[in-house]
Design a protein around this ligand. Structure first.
Ligand code: PMV
Length: 324
């Protein structure tokens, strides 16, 4: 029996990086998803295949996993998630996993959280263990923490539950907002989330009094944005996204090229900002004006920038069982 598990990608509308230091952030699930097909194995084998990464890896058991291979093939979230799920239920039963995703990997769309939460759910569900969303989300967070060293619960919470959330440290709540169209642009990312989080940490260590002020300003933007998003006040959302972007630039997570690109886009009258850790990767563009949206898409196509057109979505983790 195979199961299909899917989790949504996540865009960070407001507050990334500051959220790592206990400030608020707003993140939203999108209707582009990471899919995992999985089946239980009778042996203790772990078999992982990822179409988008073009890799296929097999180990006799969790104890014989070669972590160097796993890291070099960019499969550490999947293997760490399997290991944590096994420890959670105290089992060594094997699993075969196939990952499918059209989303750019490690680019700011929360694919690492989606793949971690989906893998944990696949493992538990394949072997008929109970699925408690809160526990799954927590294990997903621990996966990110162990792989990256630092993480907030933002992406793992959103990818588990779907919808839009306001989060601060361990506490979060769903916020009811109208469905928002989002254009995502993607420029190849040079650095990992870990690199960028570390970069901000160093800046904060060197200039604590200044960087705390930047975080506090981001926090104020998030709280104001909550009101604007609920009221569907697009002018306000645009202003606040652009302010947040400028503060992300102060944090040093945006390349010169990316800043210039976003400056040009802003002149078209949109809200645009990096989503996620930065160091290139994805940026989001928001406008409620169809004409402006067309111009933005044309502009990005001219520049040969990969575009993902999506919407915010209330759908979180989904699991289906079927025979194959
Ligand atoms: O680039 P992503 O999708 O991994 O997002 C990272 C968001 C940060 O706030 C920078 C880190 C975190 O764990 O919240």
């Amino acid at each position: 029996m195979w199961i299909r598990v899917s989790c949504p990608g996540v865009v960070k509308f407001f507050g990334e990086h500051a959220v790592v230091y206990g400030y608020h952030a707003i993140a939203v699930a999108i209707d582009s998803r990471v899919e995992i097909y999985a089946r239980p194995l009778d042996s203790e084998e772990i078999v992982v295949n990822s179409e988008s990464l073009g890799v296929n890896v097999k180990f006799r058991s969790v104890d014989s996993v070669d972590w160097n291979v796993v890291w070099s093939r960019k499969l550490m979230y999947i293997f760490k998630a399997i290991e944590l799920a096994m420890n959670y239920v105290n089992s060594r039963k094997g699993i075969e996993i196939h990952v499918k995703s059209d989303l750019p990997v490690s680019a700011g769309l929360g694919t690492s959280a989606a793949v971690s939460v989906a893998t944990i759910s696949a493992y538990l569900s394949c072997h008929n263990y109970d699925l408690n969303l809160n526990e799954v989300s927590k294990l997903g967070y621990r996966t990110e923490l162990e792989v990256q060293g630092t993480a907030s619960r933002m992406d793992t919470t959103v990818t588990t539950y779907g919808g839009a959330i306001l989060i601060k440290e361990d506490s979060w709540r769903r916020i009811e907002i109208p469905e928002i169209p989002v254009i995502i642009g993607y420029v190849e990312r040079k650095y990992s989330t870990k690199d960028m989080v570390l970069k901000v940490k160093k800046l904060r260590d060197n200039y604590p009094e200044i960087i705390e002020h930047v975080f506090r300003s981001i926090d104020a933007i998030v709280l104001k944005a909550l009101e604007c998003m609920r009221n569907d006040n697009s002018e306000c959302i645009i202003h606040l996204m652009n302010m947040n972007q400028k503060l992300l630039e102060v944090l040093g997570i945006c390349s010169e090229d990316m800043s210039q690109l976003l400056d040009t886009l802003r002149k078209l009258g949109v809200g645009c900002k990096v989503t996620g850790a930065g160091g290139n990767g994805c940026f989001i563009i928001y406008t409620s004006n169809v004409e402006i949206e067309k111009r933005v898409v044309e502009f990005l196509k001219e520049k040969n920038i990969k575009i993902i057109r999506t919407r915010t979505s209330n759908l979180g983790l989904q699991i289906e069982k079927f025979l194959k």
